[in-house]
Design a protein around this ligand. Structure first.
Ligand SMILES: Nc1nc2c(ncn2[C@@H]2O[C@H](COP(=O)(O)OP(=O)(O)OP(=O)(O)O)[C@@H](O)[C@H]2O)c(=O)[nH]1
Ligand SMILES: [Mg+2]
Length: 209
């Protein structure tokens, strides 16, 4: 059983525990598309390149039918240059981090080590957070140039999954994996430090603007 009281600490208003997930990776790999597919069930051929940070909420059921809410943060690729402090703060609060590259774009894969995964090692992260590497655009079979992502994921202690935001392939499975891992850690009492609720987060977001 959890050592936390969900209604007191994680979801003061709704009673549903709420967790924070951040999505990072190079420009155009499909971060916004993955989030929109999961949260709104839609895919657009083009989204304006993301600026700053934005988030969407989505309620879901994890494997044992418990309801949780994920607050999914969409980080612009250059967030670290322009909003270094916001990025740092968000990393430290995240219960899960999804690191995305594009299987048809070698540079987005190379940048994982030189930038994203490397940078994560420099950040203060929440104890027992969950990390997953995602190769997106799996529908573009003929354009694939990356085939060795699994071993990189293992090297950095991440799970690995491939998705297509366009077709919807593996998107639910991705968030199901994320939600299940977060919820299991939560139930084990793995998130000990001070917690936030949706309401607190809204206040924080306003004060950043
Ligand atoms: N074929 C295919 N195209 C995709 C997929 N996911 C995203 N795209 C396309 O890739 C482009 C970039 O997608 P975005 O979701 O805007 O990428 P992003 O990572 O949010 O980009 P920034 O906000 O600029 O950092 C868009 O034209 C999408 O339609 C996918 O799974 N398959
Ligand atoms: Mg975007």
């Amino acid at each position: 059983m959890s050592s936390h009281n969900a209604s007191d600490e994680y979801g003061a208003e709704s009673g549903i525990p709420t967790f924070k997930v951040i999505v990072i990776g190079d420009v155009s790999v499909g971060k916004t598309s993955i989030i929109s597919r999961f949260c709104d069930g839609e895919f657009k051929e083009s989204y304006p390149s993301s600026l700053g940070v934005d988030f969407k909420m989505k309620e879901m059921k994890v494997s044992n039918q418990s309801a949780i809410k994920l607050q999914v943060w969409d980080f612009a690729a250059d967030i670290h240059n322009r909003f270094a402090n916001v990025a740092k703060h968000s990393y430290s609060e995240a219960h899960a981090i999804i690191i995305v590259f594009d299987i048809t774009n070698k540079e987005s894969f190379q940048d994982l080590e030189t930038h994203w995964l490397g940078e994560l090692q420099q950040q203060t992260l929440r104890e027992n957070h969950f990390k997953i590497l995602v190769g997106n655009k799996s529908d573009l079979v003929d354009k694939r140039v990356v085939t060795n992502a699994q071993s990189l994921a293992s090297k950095y202690g991440c799970e690995y999954m491939e998705t297509s935001a366009k077709k919807g392939d593996n998107i639910d499975q991705l968030f199901q994996t994320v939600g299940r891992n977060i919820f299991e850690a939560y139930q084990r009492g793995g998130f000990k430090e001070e917690l936030w609720t949706e309401d607190k987060e809204k206040k924080k977001k306003c004060s950043l603007q």
